[in-house]
Design a protein around this ligand. Sequence first.
Ligand code: NAD
Ligand code: ZN
Ligand code: ZN
Length: 345
Amino acid sequence: MKAVTFQGEREVRVDDVPKPGIQGPDEALVRVTVSAICGSDLHIYHVRTPVNPGAVLGHEFSGVVEEVGQHVTRVKPGDRVVACFFSYCGHCFYCRRGWFSQCEHKGVFGHGEYFGNLGGGQAEYVVAPLANHTLEPIPDGVSDEQALFVGDILATGYFGAERAGIEPGDTVAVVGAGPVGLMAVMSAQLFGAAQVFAVDRVDSRLEVAQGLGATPINGAAVHPSEHIKSVTGGYGADRSIECVGLPATIEIALHSVRHGGTVSVVGVPEATEQDFPYMHVWFNDLTYTGGLCNVPPYMRPLLDLIKAGRLDPAVVVSHRMKVEEGEEAYRMFAEREATKILLTS
Ligand code: NAD
Ligand code: ZN
Ligand code: ZN
């Protein structure tokens, strides 16, 4: 089958690889109908996340179940499903506390040997381990494309907004208007934000944010946090949601909120260590939160919101390409020539 594989720095390749098959009773084989390239794939592409050469990439995908192991009861062949971007056991210390993203037996799709050696979704087929947990059935009225988003970036934007503690009427600064930031804009609105600022440096992405009802701020033209303060009576936003992960953007998020505000960081930090402004956070009574999205509890409610017409994450899709075009698709996404690229086989 055709699959996008990691080769090295800024190098992916579409290879013919063996079609995977289920090996155990808890697994399901999924025929992928649509997958996506994510900002987290760019961390691999830029070798900030270690992945072995040859690994099949892709952790955002929907598809149709083709075959299931004997313990898999929640889905059956023919069902349309979306995958959570990671697998989790459901019974360890963290799973029992509802922190599935911290599962002691977690694997991440499309991240090679160091992250559980799962397959990748930028391919024709993928095996889902622990399929009773990992796969969520897609309800009628929700397309495979729309559903794909609940397995990662829509859940992440929503998680970022929820942890920001947004209350009706709040002003929210979303730092980064990439796909995750755009999901955070939509989610902030669902929580009742009266005004959402979207900070980025790429005009095409700011235009999408504006189309969603956010106020765009081009960080190349103005100092984002100073600008946000100047248009909020000198105070700053009530909450910020950081969706990039760079030291500079985390700093913008920290300085865009008023005293007593909340800073919620979902961008994967690029630096493993960085000066943290303890005094600024302490003196201004800020709440700082962030982390890997705890996707599973959000999948069903988000599918229901899509089905109800309250959300349409697919509006951020700028390009639909073939898996065979994977190399060009990665180049375009890395160069910010595309906002969100979906791949089909
Ligand atoms: P992306 O790379 O497409 O988007 C990042 C955006 O930040 C881009 O639009 C870019 O122009 C903007 N940006 C970069 N530097 C900037 C600056 N100095 N000022 C303003 N804007 C700037 O990626 P994405 O798919 O939107 O993902 C964003 C982040 O979220 C990534 O770090 C990704 O790994 C992370 N992520 C985290 C989780 C989680 O569980 N916490 C899940 C999915 C993705
Ligand atoms: Zn992702
Ligand atoms: Zn677990």
